[in-house]
Write a protein that binds this ligand. Structure first.
Ligand code: PLP
Length: 412
């Protein structure tokens, strides 16, 4: 008899029977409000009828056709739709299956395009669990210890962690950019540095928005030194922050954008976008994988982008995000266990820490567990596990936000 591996540490005891919109119906008969969305994946809610219909229809046409042999209509349609939302100039798109694979593809691209070995990532960043992606990840030791050696050629620069330092944002940005310049002068010189990789909002690292001035500083250094600026939009992209891309908040131009999670409402597909001349520096066969750009996942992504546009879900993320944030800010004023509330749009984090900023993962875990009793599903994140993240579906309603806040208050 087989059992599930003990490394599967389930955050809740819930076993799903079926789910619709923001609600998960469990086998125990309970109905949970889902503010986890499978870690920011089910962007249009669970089982949106348009996504379900598109996937069903596609299953009857063709499920899988490897893109190095034949193409299929959903992939071409998806590329056309992404062309409408991608930053100007990022006109060449390639597909993989997961966020980590897209991260790997972007690293290969930066190395192939520049002929340089090193990649600089930022403290607290999360880029995935494959060995290369884990090498760039510093959102917690659990993602990297025990299986060294990791990929060589990675340097981790400071992130402007204003809250942790107890500084204002401008001071933290100035510090982090100075440290980056020092790294570029002493350890990973521009001649050796292929790319910077950064999230617009640190995800697993604690839901910390990357200050606009920091992203702008990276853009300026990337231009000066011919370094490829890779923006990892796997968690923050596709409307999650109340703008289509998380980096839109900073008004910077990326060289490479990678996206996954919310792109297909739960079907596994990821995309890497870059200017055609940069993308052309890789060669056929150097990127992708057997399941990359799967037909059913691509059809679900086409449907997802359609729903996001028709139902104004980017705007909904902004408006519902503001309601959620207002409620969380009010709770911070009431509960001293909450040290900080931050985020953008429907990507909000509540950090539990003492007055001296000592992280308090026990309280975060206790609140998460208490929320299950209130039939509200929440996740934790951050290197210490002391941040509760709230990631509702992009089509969450005002009533559902208020219901979530009231359950969260009960849990607190
Ligand atoms: N990049 C970011 C910002 C992520 O949040 C994640 C996953 O959480 C990944 C990359 C890795 O994606 P995946 O788990 O699909 O490999």
């Amino acid at each position: 008899m087989a059992t599930l591996s003990p490394i599967l540490k389930q955050a809740t005891p819930v076993v799903v029977d079926h789910a619709l919109g923001s609600w998960i119906h469990a086998t125990d008969g309970k109905k949970y409000l889902d503010f986890t969305t499978g870690i920011g994946v089910t962007s249009t809610g669970h089982c949106h009828p348009d996504v379900v219909a598109a996937a069903r229809e596609q299953v009857g046409k063709i499920v899988h056709a490897q893109y190095t042999t034949v193409l299929h209509r959903p992939l071409l349609e998806l590329t056309g739709l992404l062309g409408e939302v991608l930053p100007e100039g990022l006109d060449s798109v390639f597909y993989a299956t997961s966020g980590s694979e897209a991260v790997e593809a972007s690293i290969r691209l930066a190395r192939m395009a520049t002929g340089r070995p090193n990649i600089i990532s930022f403290q607290g960043g999360f880029h995935g669990r494959t060995v290369a992606a884990a090498s760039l990840t510093t959102a917690g030791t659990r993602f990297r210890s025990g299986f060294s050696p990791l990929m060589s050629g990675v340097h981790v620069a400071p992130f402007p962690h204003w809250y942790r330092y107890g500084w204002d944002e401008a001071t933290a940005v100035e510090f982090a950019l100075k440290e980056l310049d020092h790294l570029l002068l002493t350890v990973s010189t521009p001649d050796d540095t292929a790319g910077f990789i950064i999230e617009p909002v640190l995800g697993d690292g604690g839901y910390i928005p990357t200050p606009a001035a920091f992203l702008q500083g990276l853009r300026e250094r990337a231009d000066r030194h011919g370094i490829v600026l890779i923006i990892d939009e796997v968690q923050a992209g596709v409307g999650r922050t109340g703008k289509f891309w998380g980096h839109d908040w900073a008004g910077v131009r990326p060289d490479v954008v990678i996206t996954a999670k919310g792109l297909a409402s739960g079907f596994p597909i990821s995309a890497i976008a870059a200017p055609a001349d940069l993308m052309g520096k890789a060669w056929p066969g150097s990127q992708g994988g057997t399941y990359g750009g799967n037909a059913v996942a691509a059809a679900a992504a086409v449907a997802t982008l359609g729903v996001i546009e028709r139902e104004n879900l980017v705007e909904n993320a902004l408006l519902r995000g503001a309601e959620l944030r207002a409620g969380l800010d009010a709770l911070q004023a009431e509960f001293t266990d909450i040290g900080n509330v931050r985020g953008r749009g429907l990507m909000q984090g509540v950090e539990f820490s003492a007055a001296d900023k000592t992280p308090d993962p026990e309280t975060a875990l206790a609140v998460q567990q208490a929320a299950i009793k209130e039939e509200l599903l929440l996740l934790t994140c951050g290197p210490h596990g002391n941040v509760i993240r709230l990631i509702p579906a992009l089509n969450v309603s005002s009533d559902e936000i208020q219901a979530g806040l009231s359950k969260f208050t009960q849990a607190l």
